[in-house]
Write a protein that binds this ligand. Sequence first.
Ligand code: ADP
Ligand code: GLC
Length: 477
Amino acid sequence: MKKILFVTSEAHPLIKTGGLADVSGSLVKALAELGEDVRIIMPNYQAIKTTEEVRYISTIYVYNCAVNILETRLPGTEVIVWLVDCPEFFNFPGNPYVDVHGKPWANSAERFTLFCRVAVEVAMNRSYLDWKPDVVHCNDWQSGLVPALLSLEYSRPATVFTIHNMAYQGVFPRSTYQSLNLPGQLWNPNGIEYHDMLSFLKGGLIYSDRITTVSPTYAKEIQTEDFGFGLEGLLSHRKHFLSGIINGIDMDQWNPETDTNITATFNRVTLHKKALNKIALQERLLLPVDKKIPVLGLISRLVEQKGIDLILDCLPEMLEQPLQFVLLGSGNKGYEQQLHNFAESHPDKISITIGYDETLAHLIEAGADIFLMPSRFEPCGLNQIYSQRYGTIPVVRKTGGLADTVVDTLADTLNDNTATGFVFSEASQGALMEAIKRALILYDHPKTWKRLQTNGMRKDFSWAKSAKQYMNLYGHL
Ligand code: ADP
Ligand code: GLC
């Protein structure tokens, strides 16, 4: 059994803005079930929600700042969570990265530097918790300074750094670096300096013993100019320490047989009951109720990564088809406005919900027939996996984890029952529209459609295999 300190800025169900929270919550659960002693450390944001007891366990001092460490459990599990409690940084409404108006926190660098410093104290067993990890597993830029700071320690635990998204790097001006009082040794081009700026992500990529990312295809892509966001050289230099481990999902939470968020539960045998969720979805979103019409769904952060511009380009042509389109998401205000305009002029065909709504997300997965995910890049992606579990056929672009988890529908993949969706390559309106049309044509062939649905529903997307890959990795360190 290994002792693992899992450092993350979000974990479901305590707090979530995206897939990192899903992965943090479900991966640690899987590791704990496999016998690892894994504990989470994360900031104590005001927005954290828990039904479990939270108790004070210690106070430590980092840079003249008194920080309390609180202990709780990941709801519904025995997994210990340590909350870094520093009210002057974290006791504000908003989410981990932006305030209630959607504006990034002006003091993000200070907040996550403090968080990393505390994680290092815990990792070095200097915070009165009487527990020293064998491995510190960090995630994304918010924890990037942990491997960097640990590299300066004698007798330190091993470090793993997982990249969930190369597009977010935590880059700040040199003046911020100077105000943070970070050790001078780290400031060099082979350290956390990036073109005369401070890069948290580089801290993780340079100093960790192993780097992983969340799909094998993305592990290759990020070594190229198109996906490396300026760090492709560094990643290909460290390629022998870099691997891709595909994300699993929480099989209990995203289970159409037991999901309490949906109107009618179903499985492969009772697949006909899926239609009741479609009706409930249409009723809830005030769309004409029609069991026959194909419903296309999309749930996403509305950012460039997700190919929302391609959707906007396709909408006029989609409107010529007999279909309904439902979208749930928030993000870029320009996208939100353009989507709203479409919905206003076609209320019988398009429903746009701006905001964050977990219940509706489950109902869309259960009620839609087709799920759109035309991402320009996608490290792993979870909704295309949830879709397959709910008999909702994904239409995805061939990139990152989408390429690794969806099998395109072709003559041979239909024959051997491996086809689960529709995959297109070029990030263009034409290619996306063609894939949507291919899906719509097959939707009119119920027998074949059902085969696609059951092929996806049969697949094993649990953490079983991937959690063991992480354990192997920890074991080699
Ligand atoms: P990313 O982490 O890049 O946002 P993923 O596909 O890995 O993409 O994970 C996104 C997660 O966030 C999924 O669980 C998805 O259902 C959820 N999600 C995204 N937007 C919303 C929203 N507006 N309301 C509810 N859940 C959302
Ligand atoms: C990131 C990626 C997404 C991935 C998630 C969890 O947010 O954008 O593709 O699924 O992290 O690893």
